[in-house]
Design a protein around this ligand. Structure first.
Ligand code: UT7
Length: 329
């Protein structure tokens, strides 16, 4: 028997219907479509008007199970990357399992902001590689509109709501997750943070009045760290695995800013046609961006394709995953 690797065998996504365009944002805050487009690449984002993160995930998971003809009872483990859980506790994973009827599964939420999906994917892969589980769902979901200040033009233009999910299963052909590099530097925490609502600043009238339950970001500082670290870690995983730019079929980058994506692709020596981009229609959905890219590009992926997933986010957290795609859509 060959070595067991963890392969993505299915992907699905869900984005809410409501489209918040740059033009509509320009009526709410002092900004323009031109500024947002040239500085970020974003044209519109989706907003979930009702319901919680779990409700988007339920749509995505039910769609995946139907697409793959799977019974919810077959799922062993559900890992949810999110910074917008339904509640501080119980976990959103618990809630999704209940709503979908995955009664044989257990799971947990994992907080790594925009790196949530690569952290969760790498974690989920371990449970497959050890032989412990056969079917693991890895979900990236965020309802960013629930923590975004629509009076702050430096953040509200960037973020949107959405969810993506992948199924991990054992593979003995050497496909699936090959390697990952994950990094964290908590000294960067002040640059991108939701200051209140946790044990450091429990909710009070003052925290609400001071708008401390919303995302605060020092955009320029985060930008500098993101450009450097996302590009570096993506190049590092290529070098570590002796991959040239010709060997890489797809870069799947976190969708935070088109300029960060371009810098990463340049550092890896990849032409634009090898880079997955959907930032123009969804903005930054935090843990949702990478599985939403895989969902959008699924039909173009071929069995054996080499993918590098890479992300940078609040924490700071960042990293890259090298995987071989396991199926033709
Ligand atoms: O996903 C997690 C990680 N997050 C990121 O990777 C985000 C990283 N940061 C960024 O993407 C960028 O820093 C932003 C898109 C947030 C901002 O772009 P920037 O090119 O860094 O702009 P800036 O903050 O340097 O601001 C430039 C100017 C300022 O005006 P002055 O001081 O030059 O007069 C801002 O006040 O643009 C102004 N500005 C805006 N103008 C119109 C800031 N936001 C806006 C806006 N519309 N929405």
């Amino acid at each position: 028997m060959g070595k067991v690797t963890a392969a993505i065998t299915g992907v699905n996504g869900y984005v809410p219907d409501y489209v918040l365009s740059n033009e509509e944002l320009a009526k709410i805050v002092d900004t323009t479509d031109e500024w947002i487009t040239t500085r970020t690449g974003i044209k519109e984002r989706r907003i979930q008007k009702e319901g919680a993160s779990s409700d988007m995930a339920v749509e995505a998971v039910n769609g995946l199970l139907a697409k793959m003809n799977l019974d919810p009872m077959e799922i062993d483990l559900v890992i949810v990357g999110t910074v917008t859980p339904d509640h501080p506790f119980p976990s959103t994973s618990n809630i999704i399992c209940d709503k979908v009827g995955m009664k044989n599964a257990w799971g947990f939420d994992l907080i790594a902001a925009c790196s949530g999906f690569i952290y969760a994917l790498s974690t989920g892969a371990q449970f497959i590689e050890t032989g412990k589980y056969k079917k693991v769902l890895v979900i990236g979901v965020d309802k960013m509109s629930s923590i975004i200040d629509y009076e702050d033009r430096t953040t509200c233009i960037i973020f949107g709501d959405g969810c993506g999910v992948v199924l991990l299963e054992p593979n003995e052909e050497g496909l699936g997750v090959q390697d990952f590099i994950l990094r964290a530097d908590g000294s960067g925490r002040e640059f991108l943070i939701q200051p209140a609502g946790g044990s450091a600043n429990p909710p009070t009238i003052e925290t609400v009045e001071n708008r401390l339950h919303y995302v605060k970001q020092e955009g320029k500082s985060v930008f500098k760290f993101a450009v450097t670290n996302m590009a570096e870690v993506s190049a590092e995983i290529m070098e570590k695995n002796n991959l040239t730019s010709d060997d890489v079929d797809w870069l799947v980058p976190h969708q935070a800013n088109l300029r960060i994506i371009d810098a990463t692709a340049n550092r890896m020596g990849l032409p634009a046609e090898k880079v997955m981009i959907n930032i123009e229609k969804y903005g930054n959905t935090t843990a949702g961006t990478l599985p939403l890219c895989l969902w959008d590009y699924e039909k173009q992926l071929k069995k054996g394709d080499t993918l590098i997933l890479s992300a940078f986010g609040g924490g700071f957290t960042w990293g890259a995953v090298y995987l071989k795609w396991a199926y033709n859509a």
